[in-house]
Write a new protein. Structure first.
Length: 121
């Protein structure tokens, strides 16, 4: 895949991913919890925060490995086109316009990701 086709996909995947910072506390969450199995011996299970982090990493990896056709099938061609236009504006440093475009289209999650991306720069 050409690099110029990969950038919009990566940005699109970032826009579609749920914000992790508000859901997971720092340090990887609580330590694993001890449980007993039927034989009475102790086993270690991941905490809910660790399970959530693993799920989010796997979901992000799945989204990043999608082809153009799979992305369009899952999210629709119109939404993909909007994400490409928004990503182009963000790359040009026009974050306010990119966020306004996402909000006008009713894509609140995309607008939030634009804000997060622009603040990080």
């Amino acid at each position: 895949m050409r690099a110029d086709r990969l950038l919009p996909l990566v940005v699109f995947a970032a826009f579609m991913a749920a914000p992790v910072a508000a859901q997971v506390t720092g340090g990887g969450g609580a330590p694993p919890t001890a449980q007993q199995n039927a034989g009475g011996s102790r086993i270690w299970a991941p905490s809910p925060n660790q399970q959530l982090s693993r799920f989010e990493r796997e979901e992000q990896a799945r989204r990043l490995s999608m082809t153009d056709e799979e992305v369009e099938a899952e999210y629709g061609a119109e939404r993909m086109e909007l994400a490409n236009r928004v990503a182009a504006l963000v790359e040009q440093g026009q974050c306010r316009e990119a966020r306004a475009m996402a909000n006008e289209a009713g894509e609140r999650q995309m607008a939030l990701r634009v804000r997060q991306t622009c603040r990080a720069r």
